[in-house]
Write a protein that binds this ligand. Structure first.
Ligand code: SF4
Length: 315
């Protein structure tokens, strides 16, 4: 693993048993890496496995198979002090800021929870909380208040301050702006970008549509039914998508220029259940370009162009 790679995911699998010997393959053999200081956007419909992937990378779920290396270390093999260090280095920001903040704790206690757990800044706890509040655009007067006293955007800022408290290297942001008003979404994205620039953070930014990740991501990965189907630089993915699923997702994004027309690709049918995925290519039941071989074998994940990965029999 080269030194510019912070996170390397190799053939990661996370299956859930749902009774009668049936397994739900939420993440099924996913491989990719995240470079230091970059934002990797991760996109897919609800139920495609993107949140499960994030939660398996941060060890909220035990893996079923494969490997996750952070700084070259297999995170599912960590023991003792290494686990505590990992829990500092990797933090998560959740979609619903209200549900992820304890309503009975003050903002100061929420933000300082990580400091308390890791025995950091015991003497300067109050000052550190105030510094973090200012860093995310709130003020020290907010420290003694409770989560319900804030707007959705402010609560997400509290969640970000909590994540930053322990000085992480890598943040998994699981749909951090989906629950916010459109007017507030840009503010939170700008804040995350400023923090990344100032603190050298690396992000995995999970979202359910491509328009949300466009501005923040250096590269974008697309997931469908537990599989990664495409990964490329943001500009490359938007301008030259290879996978039919990515083409369909892009066709759904409105273009602000009325002189440019783009034909919307409507996918037939619903997302199949990951407990009963189609044979061969998992996208074949909805793919406008499906061929007989797509039912027979699963496409291999390959680098079709430099730094542009895809899983499709067309390439
Ligand atoms: Fe479509 Fe076949 Fe490519 Fe799957 S492998 S995306 S079904 S063309």
């Amino acid at each position: 693993m080269t030194n510019d790679i912070l996170v390397e995911v190799k053939d990661l699998k996370k299956y859930f048993s749902i009774g009668n010997g049936v397994q739900l393959k939420a993440v099924d053999g996913v491989s990719f890496s995240i470079r230091r200081g970059e934002t990797l956007g991760l996109v897919g419909e609800s139920g495609c496995g993107k949140s499960t992937l994030g939660r398996t990378i941060i060890r909220l779920y035990e893996k079923t198979g494969g490997e996750v290396l952070v700084d070259g270390k297999d995170i599912h093999a960590l023991k003792g002090k290494e686990v505590a260090q990992f829990n500092r280095n990797v933090q998560m920001i959740f979609q619903d800021p209200m549900a992820s903040l304890n309503p009975r704790m003050t903002v100061a206690d929420i933000i300082a929870e990580g400091l308390d757990i890791h025995g950091l800044n015991r003497k300067n706890r109050k000052e550190r909380v105030e510094e973090l509040l200012e860093l995310v655009g709130l003020n020290k007067g907010h420290a003694s208040r409770f989560p319900h006293e804030f707007s959705g955007g402010q609560r997400q800022r509290i969640g970000i301050a909590r994540a930053l408290a322990v000085e992480p290297k890598f943040i998994i942001a699981d749909e951090p702006i989906s629950a916010l008003d459109v007017s507030i979404q840009a503010q939170v994205v700008n804040l995350l970008e400023d923090l990344q620039r100032d603190q050298g953070l690396t992000y995995l930014f999970i979202a359910h549509d491509l328009s949300m990740v466009k501005h923040i991501s250096n590269r974008i990965a697309v997931m469908y039914l537990g599989k990664m189907v495409e990964l490329a630089e943001s500009f490359e993915l938007y301008e030259s998508p290879l996978h039919p699923y990515t083409e369909a997702l892009l066709s759904a994004i409105p273009i602000p220029d009325p002189t440019i027309k783009r034909e919307r690709i409507i996918l037939s049918g619903d997302l199949p259940s990951p407990a009963n995925a189609p044979s061969g290519c998992v996208f074949r039941t909805r793919c406008p370009k499906a061929m007989p071989e797509c039912a027979e074998s699963a496409p291999v994940w390959k680098e079709a162009k430099p730094d542009h990965w895809v899983a499709c029999h067309l390439y």
